[in-house]
Write a protein that binds this ligand. Sequence first.
Ligand code: FAD
Length: 430
Amino acid sequence: MPDRVPPSIETLVIGAGVHGLSTAWHLARAGRPVLVVDKSGVGAGASGIACGIVRNNYFQPAMQELMAASVEVWESEPEALHYHPSGYIALGPAAQEQDLAAVFERQQQIGYPSELHVGVDEVSSHMRTLYHDWRAPGLSVCLHEHAGGYGFNRESMLGLADLARAAGAQIATGVEVQGFAFDGAGAVTAVTTSAGEIAAEQVVVAVGPWIATLWSMLGLPDRLDVRQPDGTVVPDQPMWTYWYLQEGEAEFDPAVFVTDDGASSPVLHVDSDQPLLADDGRLITDDAWGVYFKPDRETVQGGAQPIPQGHTFAVDPYPTGTVDPGFPDLWSAALSHCLERFEGARSRYRQARSGGVGAFTVDNFPVFDQMRPNVFVAADSNHGYKMIAVGKEIARVLGGEHSSLLHPFRYERFATGDLHPVSHSPYPWS
Ligand SMILES: Cc1cc2nc3c(=O)[nH]c(=O)nc-3n(C[C@H](O)[C@H](O)[C@H](O)COP(=O)(O)OP(=O)(O)OC[C@H]3O[C@@H](n4cnc5c(N)ncnc54)[C@H](O)[C@@H]3O)c2cc1C
């Protein structure tokens, strides 16, 4: 049964994920009337299935600044948001030394607390001061961020919704947006929903992996020419690409996944070029591999190599897929490869509701911009559970302020060539 909706509202937010809810929370805190509608429920999309990692490790200065601002928001309400400020550690082979050193240097400039270790012996020794049974060989760079950590995905979204409601926002679930009416200037005059029409002065679209549908309803182009920083133009590129993120869980008491001083472990992100063997000595892969893992409620949770899906994808029902048959072997072997305590992880692997698809933009970075005279779109290119400050910044922009944090993510960059620098990571999220 859909919730009832009012015939009009000052700001209508579409989508009750991290960006929609954070926008509503911050608008409501500023005393602005706001209604969030979601076709399913709070946290029904990517925000409710995300691994929940909050890190600063991005090669792009603009991403780093936005992540630092986001950590401040997470830290402002750790209990309500089910946030664990355990820190984050990225480890990699020689090929990643330069990128991680550049990230570290910028962290020093912006005052983000981190340390960098370079060289196989130094990295090993740092990791062994934290975990007596650390045993991953051949990693020659380690960026240890002392801020950030992780949140419990669904609980944190429910907590964010509570914060928004307590500030005065309304949230209506089971209400699907089906179309828009426009005036001659291209502004939205009314939003057609499954619960009736809503007139809104301002609309915020924050629909995660469903963005292609809403983008098209707004009459925005699904292909575009992209100017590169050197001035050349790559013509006729698809606006959206989908990647499936494989994730799983292994049953371990969270008390097992602690550092030697008894604290809950930082999130670990390991990229390696070393052969990966199963506990019985079977070769899993001798290609480069990468995994991330973190403590969860009663398990260790994490993921490995994503699967590209192309430019169209049926997003409903969400989450929409399972993992590659080889994923549990690879991910469990990687846990054991890193920490002896995870020997036997494969037999504790469990098929949980995890993993999901993300919609990436043409340059793999977010578009946060006013795409119609009164429609702000938050399309985070699947970077965004951690980016809880985006909603705060959107609320500022809707209040008439400029956001220097969101400015680098304007849509116009595809025409001007003002693109973000690209790291050596083989995946679109670093
Ligand atoms: C498996 C996985 C793991 C991830 N791990 C991390 C991580 O560790 N850290 C991190 O920072 N990011 C992570 N991400 C990315 C992150 O989850 C997303 O970038 C972010 O949650 C997107 O938030 P959102 O608010 O834009 O959308 P969503 O959370 O997807 O919310 C969109 C909402 O819009 C609603 N909706 C859609 N269409 C309509 C409509 N027509 N009418 C009304 N409502 C509609 C949906 O029901 C949904 O609830 C992960 C993503 C996946 C898939």
